[in-house]
Design a binder for this molecule. Sequence first.
Ligand code: SAM
Length: 299
Amino acid sequence: MKQQTQEFLIDFISHNLYGKCTGYDFELLFKLYSALEIKTFSEILPRAKEFCSFLENHSHLITTADPAHAPRIPDKIASLRHTFKTYFETRGKIDQKIFADIVTTIAPNKRKTKTLDVGASKFPYSSILMAKKIEQLESMDKNFLLSNESLFAMNVIASETLFDEQTSVNDYDFIVGRYPCSAIIPIVKACKASNKPYFIELCECSIPWPSKWPAGEYFGWENVLPEIDPNVHVMNGYAFNIDATESQIMRVINRQNMKKIFTFKNDIYVPRRISNNSNDTVVISDGTWSKQPEEFEMI
Ligand SMILES: C[S@@+](CC[C@H](N)C(=O)[O-])C[C@H]1O[C@@H](n2cnc3c(N)ncnc32)[C@H](O)[C@@H]1O
């Protein structure tokens, strides 16, 4: 950690009495710290660990400022470590990677497409991945763990707000979101009104009542969204209106989703399982596989 960063943290902790200043918490402090220390993806996890160690080593500053809350400090740091592990440990986050790969493949003008990723989460992993291939990538959620500066250094423009009925999409070429919950209907409405393409991986938490399960039946997005946008395609958990046939899009989706169970080696897909058994090898042609493995390991 840079000397200048250490001085900043010590000064901040000493002047913001722990527990007595509204809004002061370790996540907020980490966000300020990230602006000074984190500029690349690979720096995130080690710098986050370093930050927790710094707090542990300087907890006397916090406890001196506010002895009444002293017993809470170790719990707070443990909770912060858990938050960092949950969000920043990207091994196994294959769903976000698959979503990013689909979006960057189907984006109308590829690199040039100004894209808004809605509901990107406190750590916008999909946005960061997409921003490697898309020049203008804006990421929207209500609260990011990383500073705007850190995200900007990773080519992501942070927009800390919620998408609602008032949100304009006129400034974007493509609106996307993976499980963007309450934003699903506003996105479809806004894109329909402004004739913009969208691609959403659907979560079911925001299917509106009372139509959610009428008379005990499952009533899903495939019933709700066409009432808002007659041009929507709802299939396999995705909703989109982009200018391509369903089969073209489904081929991209299927190929990407195969990464969940297969990994690509020497022009063939092999199950995600460490195995030397050649019988496990699966040859893929046009989105289908000739032999499905009985068991596999999710990464
Ligand atoms: C299930 S998480 C999905 C996060 C991320 N896209 C992923 O795939 O890991 C849903 C996220 O959507 C955000 N969200 C919910 N409603 C939203 C809205 N109206 N506008 C923007 N973000 C929203 C939540 O804050 C939350 O971070």
